[in-house]
Ligand binder design. Structure first.
Ligand code: NCD
Ligand code: ZN
Length: 344
């Protein structure tokens, strides 16, 4: 059994920097035509100049012969200058990433007072840049499993009412609430879905011993949420598209008394999605989700080359090199039933 589709893009990816980046970027570039690269480095990528430098380092780290385009984003802070918005557009960037302060890995510089960024959001609306949102509140009194739902009610819904023309990507949706919110919104709201949130629920992280390599943010939710994500990803709604949120961390920082959030999936991302779509009897929908809907949402041309997926099991390595450490991938030491055979 095999399946040939338009080459996919990854609309949400963490590449890190330096030697660690050089160890992971090839896995994405081997399969995906483009990827939206997240700006949560330390320090964060907040200016066009910084992002152009980062883009240069990504291109320099690509394996020889790669055909891959990193799509850049800027990290939105309360200090972001209005001038940076048209500059970002002119540099060909896709948008700004909104992290509520403290929501996830390297997000301390994120936004606390959403009113303060309203002028920048208006400039983005005028320039046609997208706002990519990490949709969780960070208030300590809000339960971690409710943070996405509370974010919709307190932040996202008011923000969309205030900025009627702004294109927004609700990144890595994890709940039935988020799926229903996107479905009830206008076509200017899109959403990415990760492989881990389609494959796993919170039992897979917490039952029979804690699994640090299944810990990411937003945290895995209930089975009913997973089912809602699966229906959205494999359904006809073109606002849902692929974003792996592949977020590598060294093993020593994951298997730790205060372990980092993030699942590494770039080694097998498309194969994992293929497994999910296959199990749902929806392989014919994979191309839309992985290769067409995201490009259409961002108003970018679809890729013209194609790739082939083959239903053929392989065993995932226990780890991959990652700078001075190693990274433990999703499915480490276990089988995956699909693989990417070749890029035509
Ligand atoms: C991401 C990371 O490690 O950069 N972690 C994660 O759990 N997804 C940050 C993010 O996207 O939240
Ligand atoms: Zn992310």
């Amino acid at each position: 059994m095999n399946l040939t589709i338009t080459r996919p893009d990854d609309w949400h990816l963490h590449l890190r920097d330096g030697r660690a980046m050089a160890d992971v970027v090839g896995a994405t570039a081997a399969v995906f035509g483009r990827a939206v690269v997240m700006p949560n480095l330390r320090p964060p990528v907040t200016s066009v100049d910084q992002a152009l430098d980062y883009r240069g380092r990504i291109l320099a780290a690509l394996p020889a012969g790669s055909v891959f385009e990193p799509l850049m984003t800027l990290y939105l802070t309360e200090l972001t200058c209005l001038d940076e918005v048209p500059r970002a557009r002119d540099a060909g960037f896709v948008g700004f990433k909104l992290y509520p302060a403290g929501a996830t890995t390297n997000s301390d510089a994120g936004v606390t007072d959403f009113d303060r960024v309203a002028p920048v959001l208006e400039a983005m609306e005028a320039c046609g840049l997208a706002l990519l949102v990490h949709g969780e509140v960070t208030n300590p009194e809000v339960d971690i499993f409710d943070r996405e739902k509370v974010f919709i009610d307190r932040v996202l819904a008011p923000l969309l009412r205030r900025h009627e023309g702004l294109r927004v990507v609700f990144e890595h949706v994890t709940t039935k609430d988020a799926v229903e919110f996107v479905q009830a919104s206008s076509p200017r709201i899109g959403a990415t879905i990760t492989p881990q949130h389609l494959l796993l629920n919170r039992n897979d992280m917490l039952v029979g011993g804690v699994k640090p390599h299944h810990y990411c943010l937003p945290v895995l939710k209930r089975e009913a949420d997973r089912q809602a994500l699966l229906a959205a990803a494999t359904g006809a709604d073109r606002r849902f598209f692929l974003g792996t949120d592949s977020a590598p961390h060294g093993r020593s920082t994951k298997e730790n008394h205060c372990g980092c959030a993030g699942c590494y999936s770039a080694h097998a991302a498309l194969a994992l999605y293929a497994e999910v779509f296959d199990a749902a009897g929806a392989l014919e929908r994979l191309e839309g989700f992985a290769s067409l809907h995201g490009a259409d949402f961002y108003g970018l041309p679809r890729n013209r080359d194609r790739i082939r997926l083959v239903r053929d099991s392989w065993t995932v390595p226990e780890s991959y090199p990652f700078g001075d450490d190693v990274v433990v991938p999703l499915r480490a030491g276990e089988e995956i039933t699909w693989r990417v055979e070749r890029v035509e």
